[in-house]
Design a protein around this ligand. Structure first.
Ligand code: D41
Length: 709
């Protein structure tokens, strides 16, 4: 708080006063928000009072600064425009999707292999309808509902406790429940209630909802809980998060326990033995779909034995022990009016179908993806015919396909309705946005603009990605504002670093921003405050935000967890060369990092313009090191292990996942950096090498004892 113990107010120049006023006003606003809106005070009352006193003193000396928006005039903070954030005690995972029977057989195979089950050993699963609503986590302490949170990004959701309390299916109090229990399930709206709600809205001249899912989401996310109370929401419980004691030792037992505690659970939940029984359950549920009275979009299968669920664990965001088997998508036919090309953040030229609007499964669709050049021409990436080789032309009648919340796509074409004048579509060989060559690299299905950051479309998309929810998530800076700022010659927000120089730009510049549509004095200071708040950023979010090709959220998490700090990550990527060397090998040794991803990351650190842009950004940030796995008391945290030979009590994959969960690194070969070798029967050269280097070597039993398994 440097401004506080600074010069006496009398000694300030007007410029300096303005600067200090801005800083302190932002700090006060931030403290107000933390205290009143988030219920999480960040500074002491004494510090808060001191800030306010200094602010008042400055305003007395320079009255021009005391405008209506000054925090000295405000009472508390305005009600939050959004919900308070809630960090989930146990992450809310997502589900892997499957569409075909073959994938279910594979799912079962994979689990058996992972667990090393003998052929023909029984393996039970539950099968339950997949409700098409939105997930919610309910926290009960000593039987009382204390918090309800939406899923959000799985780590952090929104606090919707007051709203959840208005839902009839959600008990406020549980009797004979564990001391702590988080119940998870789906909020949804029935078809009948949805129709009645929309009819009422239409009558009142209000906006109607496209489908029950949107209606449920819109109703739950109301800042005024009285509105939620007037909406007919329901809830099915199907899972749990943090808990002080287990609900049961099987999934089915846990569902029964949730029902006994007073939750609605889905009556179609079945216990199935093996994949064929799962497919039978899927067919049965699909046949009942039309008469259920609520939307479902598939069937979820889960390993029944909770002990096995724990052994199977999860990949970055999905459990290995569950899968969603989706229903086939909905279809409709319509006319293709035009093909537009959009340029994405990695330069990919994506063809978009502009359609005569058509309703597909209750939703009006007027745009759909055409994937890429080959897809339009009627061939796959490997050159084989798709749709029997039929190409797609402007003017054609095309089939539109929509599955759940994925982007609709053009799936087929009706040649009998092709207009005589329709001509084959010629895919552009230059970028429609910047005119640079658009080239296809060998093995790439996609044509890409070679303009890099010179291409305005790429730069804008990169910026939009940068501020998006899973990246920097800057409140008040969405895609619309990014476009506006990007195009503005004075504001010059052309790369991520520019966002962080915005609050420090000179006053004349900012005056322009204030005069812009949708931006008042207050929203500008809110925006600057939101930007300041994000200068400190967790490493995984920063890596994701860079928009490196192939680096999604889960890859970013992996990289962050492995390198720990930005400095370590940056040094390793700078030192790495694609295809060889210790840094390259270390990168590939990360479970979940393949060659394509690795090459993409390394290349972006070696591309001069891109690297300079990254450096400019990071210089303005305070990057938080990655949270390490919970390894308190772990005997192998930070150690490098090598498994060799045959393991008899668990598979190699399982052993590796366990070791990593305990904070160890698992390497593929023995070197001077290895701390411990676990050798089973048949161990060969690696065990010898360990002996030669004098590295401690233990057998599987000793390993299990060591980790307390
Ligand atoms: O009915 C559902 N929508 C449903 C969703 C369900 N019946 N079970 C689910 N189980 C899980 C795990 C296995 C991760 C506990 C889920 C979901 N997850 C889920 N819904 C949205 C994201 C994940």
């Amino acid at each position: 708080m440097t401004a506080l113990d600074a010069d006496p107010v009398e000694a300030l120049t007007p410029e300096e006063a303005r600067r200090q006023w801005g800083l302190i006003a932002a700090a006060v606003a931030r403290a107000n928000r933390a205290y009143h809106t988030l219920d999480a005070p960040e500074i002491s009352d004494a510090d808060y009072d001191a800030l306010k006193r200094r602010l008042t003193a400055i305003e007395l000396r320079f009255p021009a600064l005391a405008q209506a928006e000054s925090p000295t005039q405000a009472v508390g903070a305005e009600p939050s425009e959004t919900f308070a954030k809630v960090r989930h005690a146990v992450r809310m995972l997502s589900l892997e999707n499957a569409f075909e029977a073959g994938e279910i057989v594979e799912f079962d195979d994979r689990i058996r292999r992972y667990l090393n089950l003998p052929a023909g050993a029984p393996l039970r699963y539950t099968a339950e309808p997949k409700i098409d609503g939105l997930s919610l986590s309910l926290r009960y302490e000593r039987g009382l509902l204390v918090q309800a949170a939406t899923r959000g990004d799985g780590e952090t959701g929104e606090n919707v406790t007051a709203n959840a309390r208005t839902i009839g299916d959600i008990p406020h109090r549980l009797t004979s429940a564990p001391e702590l229990l988080e119940v998870r399930g789906e909020v949804y709206m029935s078809h009948a209630d949805f129709a009645a709600l929309n009819a009422r809205a239409a009558e009142a001249g209000e906006k109607t909802f496209a489908n029950p899912r949107n209606a449920a989401a819109g109703s739950l996310r109301q800042l005024d809980a009285a509105i939620t109370a007037s909406r007919p929401l329901r809830f099915f419980a199907y899972a749990w998060g943090a808990h002080s004691e287990p609900l049961a030792d099987t999934q089915m037992g846990a569902i029964d326990r949730l029902a006994a505690l007073g939750f609605a659970t889905n009556p179609l939940t079945r216990l199935c033995e093996g994949p064929q029984a799962l497919l039978d359950a899927w067919r049965e549920i699909e046949q009942r779909r039309a008469t259920l009275g609520y939307d479902i979009d598939g069937v979820v299968y889960k390993v029944d034995d909770i002990g096995l669920q724990h052994r199977l664990g999860y990949r970055s965001t999905t459990p290995r022990w569950a899968i969603a088997h989706k229903f086939p998508a909905e279809l409709a036919w319509t006319r293709l009016e035009a093909i537009d090309i959009q340029v994405g953040r990695t330069g990919a030229l994506s063809p978009v179908a502009r359609l005569l609007p058509v309703t597909v499964g209750g939703v009006v669709v007027s745009n759909a993806t055409l994937h890429n050049e080959d897809y339009i021409a009627g061939r796959s990436a490997s050159g084989e015919a798709i749709r029997d080789g039929k190409d797609i032309r402007v003017g054609d009648w095309v089939q539109v396909y929509r599955a759940g919340d994925v982007i609709p796509k053009v799936a087929d074409v009706d040649l009998s309705r092709r207009p005589a004048e329709a001509e084959p579509y010629i895919f552009p060989a230059t970028c429609p946005e910047c005119g640079s060559d658009a080239v296809r690299e060998e093995g790439d299905a996609v044509r890409r603009c070679t303009g890099g950051l010179v291409c305005p479309a790429q730069a804008v998309e990169k910026l939009k990605h940068f501020v998006s929810r899973a990246a920097f998530d800057i409140e008040g800076l969405g895609p619309k504002q990014i476009e506006m700022f990007f195009e503005d010659d004075q504001l010059r927000v052309r790369e991520p670093a520019d966002i962080f120089t915005l609050p420090g730009r000179d006053a004349a510049n900012l005056a322009k921003l204030k005069n812009r549509e949708g931006f008042g004095e207050r929203s500008v200071s809110n925006l600057f405050q939101a930007i300041e708040e994000k200068r400190r950023i967790p490493l995984n979010r920063l890596i994701f935000a860079l928009g490196i090709r192939h680096v999604g959220e889960s890859a970013a998490n992996l990289l962050a967890r492995n390198y720990g700090t930005w400095e370590a990550f940056e040094q390793a990527m700078t030192a790495a060369t694609v295809g060889e060397g210790p840094e390259w090998e270390a990168l590939l040794a990360i479970d979940g990092v393949g060659r394509v991803l690795a090459a993409s990351v390394v290349n972006s650190f070696h591309q001069a313009a891109e690297r300079a842009s990254i450096d400019r950004l990071v210089a303005m940030l305070d990057v938080e090191p990655a949270a390490q796995p919970v390894t308190a008391g772990s005997p192998v945290a930070g150690k490098t292990l090598v498994f060799t030979g045959t393991l008899e009590r668990m598979t190699r994959a399982e052993a590796k996942a366990r070791a990593e969960a305990l904070g160890a690194k698992v390497a593929g070969s023995v070197s001077a950096k290895t701390d411990l070798v676990i050798a089973g029967p048949g161990a060969g050269s690696k065990a010898k090498e360990a002996e030669r280097l004098g590295i401690e070597t233990i057998d599987e039993d000793a390993w299990l004892r060591l980790i307390g398994a």
